[in-house]
Every structure is written in C-alpha cells, then in structure tokens.
Ligand binder design. Sequence first.
Ligand SMILES: Nc1ncnc2c1ncn2[C@@H]1O[C@H](COP(=O)(O)OP(=O)(O)OP(=O)(O)O)[C@@H](O)[C@H]1O
Length: 308
Amino acid sequence: METVLSVQNLGKSFKDKEIIKHISFEVRKGEIMAILGPNGAGKSTTIRNIMGIMYPDAGTIAFQNHKEIPRHKIGYLPEERGLYKNVKVMDILLYLAELKDYPLKKAKERALTYLKKFDLEGKENVSVEELSKGMGQKVQFIASIIHEPELLILDEPFSGLDPVSQELFKQEIRNLAQKGTAILLSSHQMNLVEEMADRLFLIHRGQKIIYGNMDDVKTQYANFKCTIRGKNDRAVLEHLPDVQRVEQENDTSILYLSKDVQAASWLKSLPDSLTVQELSIDRISLHEIFIDIATDKNLLQEEGVVHA
Ligand SMILES: Nc1ncnc2c1ncn2[C@@H]1O[C@H](COP(=O)(O)OP(=O)(O)OP(=O)(O)O)[C@@H](O)[C@H]1O
C-alpha cells in the first residue's frame, strides 16, 4: 500500500533531555496506524513534529509527493480541545475549510452532512459556547475532516465521549480509512485500538518498543495466561513448566506462560496436587501487553521486536 507519511529517525530534546529518539514509522493510504505509549512517552511530541508545530533536532518527515508539510492535506484533532467560543458552528467549520483552501460550497454541503451524521442537525447556527463538551468534540472532529484530508491525525479522539458517540466516531474513522484516508491514531483505549488499528507503533520513554501489524504483534506477544482459582503455594506455581511469572491475589493466581506453549499439553502437565476450583486459559490482551511495558515488567525483550 502507498506510503502517505514517512517518519525516519526522528529525535527531539527539550533543554538537555532527549524526549524522543530514533523514531521511524510509516502511515499508509487507507490504514489505521495506532501510536501508543504510557503518559509522557512522547506521542504528542512526535505528532507535533509531524504537524510542524515544533521542529525536530534529528531525522526527517516526508509526505508522499510533497516537498514540505502539506497542511491543507492534513486533518488534525489535537489532544487539547477547544474551538473559538463566540462563533456559530457553521461559521467556524467554513472558516477552517477556507484556511485549507477547500471550496466553500462543498465545505457547506459536507458540514451539513456530517452534522446530521453526528446528531447535530439544526445546530449550524448555534454558538460553539452553547454546545456540550461531547458536541464540541464532534464539531472539532468534523473540522478536522471537512477538507477531505489525505492524512488524518487523531490525538485521543474518544476521550470524554459517551458510548453512542464513541461508536459514531469509530464508524466514521473506519469509513474514512476505507475511502483511502491514512489515519494516525493516538489513544489510551486499548480495546478500541485492538479492534480498529491495522498496525501499531508502541513508544516508551521516547523509543520504539513494538512496530508491526496488529495480528503479528498479537501472535508474537499475546502469550497464554492461565487463571486458577484455588489456594496454591506461589513457589509451587512458579516452578511449573513454562511459567514466566505468577501474580496472586487472595486465592486467585494468574500464571503467565512462555511463548509457543501448546495449551492442551501444558494443561496435561499440571500436577494432581494443585487445588483447582476454577481454571481458564486465555491469550493476554493488548491492554496487558501495554501494562507490562509501562510498568517495566519487561516481558518484551528488544530482540523480539516485530517489524512492519
Ligand atoms: N514544551 C516542552 N518542554 C519541555 N518538556 C516537554 C515539552 N513538551 C513535552 N515535554 C516532555 O516530553 C515528554 C513527552 O511528552 P508528550 O506530551 O510527548 O507525551 P505523550 O506520550 O503524548 O503523553 P500523554 O499520554 O500523557 O499525552 C514528557 O516528559 C514531557 O514532560
């Protein structure tokens, strides 16, 4: 698939502190690429460099067929929400479309279509300050796509949305990708990322930890875990074959198993002496992979990094 945005070896320091280093990834036409990482990992710094809001100390940011950052081809929903307060909804949408050199008539048609889609029909002459937080966020989302961008950057688009609005956003983001928009999505909602993203880039302390297809990442990192309810000695569990780590709370133990374990044969290897009231075996979720990294439990080793 065509590459729309290519980030190579990006580096940025504030004073003497290196905030991001050697960041390289691509965003391709029609895909949803997630950029993930704990608070302070460097996601927004990466995005701000792509947007030209700040300048990198090292590396390159290249857009397909453009020498400079083509602002009118990019849509951006920043993490900081806020539109001019004392302006009518339609006026702000048309003003922002005009800033991107987008034809006014088309912008108006698109604005009305999207307002309807996002349950804001009839709100075009309402002042922005009269909107609820979620409504304001919908208007800001519409503003980021009104000019049909080739690349759409969404920084925490789901935060503060009710489940119905979240669903609307999800559907629209998917629609846009299907129509060919390249989407860079930053979100802390791992379940949504797991559901929506084609590929992901996971950053921690300004550096790459994982970069690859969602399916490959899951195959490579989503090892099995076995949850046993029943009173058992931690040391006994830790010495069972292929157990990497044990977490215990009250009478429930979670055994994190090593990669490539065959679930059925591993279960057969359990000793009769174990106390088992209940037992389940599942793959760990992206959420748990993320927590492992963010809390430095370090199940992921550098040599295991997946490449796109
Ligand atoms: N203008 C700035 N001056 C100094 N330090 C900064 C500046 N902007 C960001 N930082 C630092 O850079 C690091 C990365 O911040 P960044 O906002 O990129 O993280 P993030 O991954 O987007 O986090 P979050 O999930 O909390 O939004 C943090 O340690 C932050 O304190």
